[in-house]
Design a protein around this ligand. Structure first.
Ligand SMILES: [Fe+2]
Ligand SMILES: [Fe+2]
Length: 405
């Protein structure tokens, strides 16, 4: 898992659902501090100084989230006795692919990392650290969810369960590699603390499939696009982590393909009008979250020689094309009006952020936010209601029961 889908809000009626972190996972206000521990020296990255030099990162609506789901329903969905659509041969083949572990020896660091980190100074250094933190949190979020699914599905469907466990292996590797990157900047994310302290967003399994599929595929397109750009323009390579993105993103692509296979095994999630509405909703949420997030961090993308909006539109268009192979409907993101709407959302979001920066008392700030939030909501709704593209080569007609994608 790589990209964020933070605009997706918890559904209130499930607010008391079980959480991955077990009894102890406290809820917290939306703008809270996440603990960062600064390592005293890079030579001792495993023992973060618990009290000294703690840094806080500000959380917002757009911060990567952790997810949990209804594991009992998941067990039902993957029970081969109940669900006759499960193509076990396909899952066996996928399992073999995951067991091959193409990237087992890929994530090996060298001395270039520390040297590059030491050279990075000024605003780029700060924004780069934030990139590492956010990416690490997003990868770690995937690790937690897949690990738990691997554990919970062991009895009902050991093949699917093992794939989840192997995907959690991949995500742990990605998160660990990013966290090692942070150690080059004398920082480390306290992942144990994050596991316990963060709020988990609950999604029903159906929504986990849509959201996670999109997250993996958008992650693939982000990583491969950055990789190709830096291959062509090595003068913008600020830090060697990007050299690892080519193989890394293949992990994300495989994860996405697995979710595609999972959705094919649950045709009820793909073949009716509700599925079309939800598909469009999730596409919109994921694309808007990324666009707003990235436009707040143009310094990072410009720092590696990219035009933020062009980069994002490329990623959105490619992800949408990939997603159209499986989702029954997608957004018409190639219609120029879609980008115009995204740009208006960026402007409104900037005004919202500016309100937060003022010296006003909270009540006044909230009053000032009301018209802006209304304007943002109306742009979102207008984008959602744009004529969609009917998609998905999945055919559920009786004369062709096999699904093709
Ligand atoms: Fe990942
Ligand atoms: Fe992934």
């Amino acid at each position: 898992m790589a990209a964020e889908m933070a605009l997706l809000k918890p559904i209130s009626k499930f607010a008391n659902a079980p959480r991955l972190a077990g009894p102890g996972a406290p809820s917290r206000p939306r703008f809270a501090a996440v603990r960062m521990s600064a390592t005293a020296q890079p030579a001792a990255p495993k023992k973060p100084a618990k009290k000294a030099n703690k840094q806080a990162i500000k959380e917002s609506l757009l911060t990567p989230r952790f997810y949990t789901t209804d594991f009992d329903e998941m067990e039902q969905l993957f029970n081969t006795e109940i669900n006759k659509n499960l193509n076990q041969a396909e899952f066996e083949a996928l399992l073999q692919e995951f067991k091959t572990d193409y990237n087992q020896t890929h994530f090996v660091r060298n001395k270039e990392f520390k040297e590059a980190a030491d050279k990075m100074q000024g605003p780029l250094r700060q924004i780069f650290v934030e990139f590492l933190e956010r990416s690490c949190t997003a990868e770690f979020s995937g690790f937690l969810l897949y690990k738990e699914l691997g554990r919970r599905l062991k009895k009902t469907n050991p093949v699917v369960a093992e794939i989840f466990s192997l995907m959690s292996r991949d995500e742990a590797r990605h998160a660990g590699f990013l966290n090692k990157g942070l150690s080059d900047f004398n920082l480390a994310l306290d992942l144990g603390f994050l596991t316990k302290a963060r709020k988990y967003t609950f999604f029903k399994p159906k929504f986990i499939f849509y959201a996670t599929y999109l997250s993996e595929k958008i992650g693939y397109w982000r990583y491969i696009t950055i990789y190709r750009h830096l291959q062509e323009n090595p003068e913008y390579q600020p830090y060697p982590i990007f050299k690892y993105f080519e193989n890394w993103c293949q992990d994300e692509n495989r994860h996405g393909d697995f979710f595609s296979a999972l959705m094919k095994a649950q045709p009820q999630f793909l073949n009716d009008w509700k599925a079309k509405l939800w598909s469009r909703f999730f596409c919109l949420s994921v694309y808007v979250t990324m666009y707003l997030n990235d436009c707040q961090r143009t310094a990072f993308y410009e720092g590696i020689g990219l035009n933020t909006k062009e980069f994002d539109m490329h990623v959105i268009i490619e992800t949408n094309r990939t997603t159209a192979r499986i989702f029954p409907a997608v957004l018409d993101v190639e219609n120029p009006e879609f980008k115009r709407k995204l740009d208006r959302m960026v402007e409104i979001n900037e005004k919202l952020l500016a309100v937060g920066e003022t010296e006003d008392i909270p009540l006044v700030k909230n009053f000032k936010r009301i018209p802006l939030i209304a304007a943002l909501a109306s742009e979102l709704l207008a984008a959602y209601l744009m004529p969609p593209i009917e998609s998905g080569s999945v055919d559920f007609a009786e004369f062709e029961p096999r699904l093709v994608y």
